[in-house]
Design a protein around this ligand. Structure first.
Ligand code: ATP
Ligand code: MG
Length: 463
């Protein structure tokens, strides 16, 4: 009862609510969102909140993508219930976020994000000297919520009670015209949150849309504000830009609006200079990532960083070798330290990935001095496969490594596969023999696990 009352109070328009006209309500037979495209868990959340007297809608990327006939990636709910109300309504709920307090409802691996209608910025919104929003937890109405979103196409609401799409901001028209339009005054909105500049480029890339002129105009200026964004947040954006299956298109848009310099400055410089190897390496790395996403193969930001920054590492490594009497291994370590330190100041990379990036890089000179014992040792590295993949990419990008890459391919598919097979056979035979012996002694001892594991590991690498 009390909850219902508070819910009603929240629905009431606050004094400073934006004066929006009546929304366009698109009936179910005039839009492409079908319940089949929607997550059953998201629908469960909507029904539960509605049963408890709150308003609740699906909003954002899921509705935008469903309207375009694309498969929604994840589902966001906007509601009149406060975060505490949401927590009370669901056992499987966790409250998260400092700048925005959100509820995450967990269904196994699926997370439904539930946000309370947020008011657009007003006196109570904490803003820093540059106009950046620090805290934004003022609750409001659905109209308020619509206009504080970033782009018109991201501000469409789906009402499960009657299957309509509700549009307060002209999002349906922009979707039709295939354009990304920032809500409100672009200068102000970019200053509030400069990451919106990257998001504009990303959605244009992902959806194949144009950025509408007034939204595109400030991009050249506002990009530099990205320098103040925490590196961890920029890392998240890098993942979305380059690991969503549209990395090649993202690079194109970032370059069109000169935003790449704020994420990967050294790559941007090399592309501007038209360095053929670096350009080919970057383009191939991104195209490969897109292909792997499409095939649902695993991808890692470690490989992406390793490939994009390899030309820098190579340059430092060679100058370390040339400049002094540094032996190759310390020269490589110094190069990886320098390059990672510079990049991670801009876009963070969690330790578990940066350690892998280093290993991929340090494998390169080892793979270049192949043959004999060294070769088989390199193959035992857990990063061998990624190191080998980078070597092949470098060869494909034009480094004179073709012969070497072929040798490494053959040793895995040919000789090494044969060797792995022999090891497996030998291990199996030994285990059979041990088993027989144990049986004779009454089965008191068991053994052979360690060997079995090693043989299996090799076979996997060779496959
Ligand atoms: P996708 O999930 O495909 O990357 P999305 O539009 O769902 O796209 P999210 O980052 O999941 O993007 O955000 C969900 C919604 O939250 C957006 O559609 C938008 O309405 C709102 N939103 C997200 N980030 C911002 C922002 N920086 N400023 C204003 N609104 C935002
Ligand atoms: Mg989303």
């Amino acid at each position: 009862m009390i909850k219902r009352l508070i819910g009603k109070m929240l629905k009431r328009k606050p004094r400073n609510a934006a004066a929006l006209g009546e929304p366009v309500v698109v009936p179910r037979d005039q839009h492409k969102v079908s319940r089949k495209q929607l997550s059953p868990n998201a629908l469960k959340v909507l029904y539960r909140l509605r049963d408890q007297g709150y308003d609740a809608y699906l909003v954002g990327g899921c509705i935008r993508d469903a309207l375009l006939g694309l498969k929604p990636k994840d589902f966001d709910v906007a509601t009149s219930a406060s975060p505490d109300d949401v927590r009370d309504a669901f056992r499987n709920c966790r409250l998260v976020g400092r700048r925005f307090r959100l509820a995450h409802i967990l269904f196994g691996r699926e997370v439904i994000e539930v946000a309370t209608f947020r008011a657009n910025h007003n006196a109570e919104t904490a803003v820093d000297d540059a106009g950046r929003i620090l805290r934004d937890n003022v609750f409001g109405t659905i109209e308020d919520d619509a206009i504080r979103r970033d782009f018109t196409v991201n501000a469409l609401y789906y009402d499960v009670s009657n299957f309509t799409v509700i549009d307060y901001v002209g999002g349906m028209q922009d979707l039709e015209a295939r354009q990304i339009r920032l809500l409100g005054d672009p200068d102000v909105r970019y200053r509030e949150d400069p990451v919106r500049a990257l998001r504009a480029a990303r959605f244009a890339a992902k959806l194949g849309f144009e950025i509408e002129p007034a939204t595109a105009a400030p991009l050249a200026e506002v990009g530099r504000l990205l320098a103040d964004i925490p590196p961890a947040r920029l890392f998240e954006e890098v993942l979305k830009l380059f690991q969503g299956g549209y990395a090649v298109a993202s690079l194109e848009k970032l370059r069109e609006y000169d935003l790449l310099q704020f994420l990967f400055p050294s790559v941007d410089e090399r592309l501007h200079r038209g360095e053929p190897l670096a350009t080919a390496l970057c383009e191939r790395a991104l195209a490969n990532t897109d292909a792997r996403v499409l095939e649902e193969k695993p991808i890692t930001p470690a490989f992406l960083y390793a490939a994009l920054l390899w030309p820098d590492v190579q340059e430092h490594y060679e100058s370390n070798l040339a400049n002094g009497d540094m032996p190759p291994i310390p020269a490589m370590h110094a190069a990886t330290d320098t390059v990672l330190a510079e990049q991670l100041r801009i876009t963070a990379l969690p330790k578990r990935f940066s350690a892998v990036v280093r290993e991929i890089w340090t494998l390169q000179p080892r793979l270049e001095r192949y043959k004999g014992k060294r070769a088989t040792k390199a193959m035992e590295s857990p990063r061998f496969r990624a190191g080998y993949d980078l070597l092949c990419l470098r060869a494909a990008a034009g480094e004179p490594l073709d012969e070497l890459a072929t040798w490494w391919t053959e040793i895995q598919t040919g000789e090494e596969a044969e060797r792995a097979r022999l090891v497996r056979e030998e291990t199996a035979a030994r285990q059979r023999e041990e088993g027989r012996r144990n049986n004779r002694r009454g089965g008191r001892r068991r053994g052979g696990g360690g060997n079995r594991k090693r043989g299996g590991g090799r076979a996997e690498n060779a496959s």
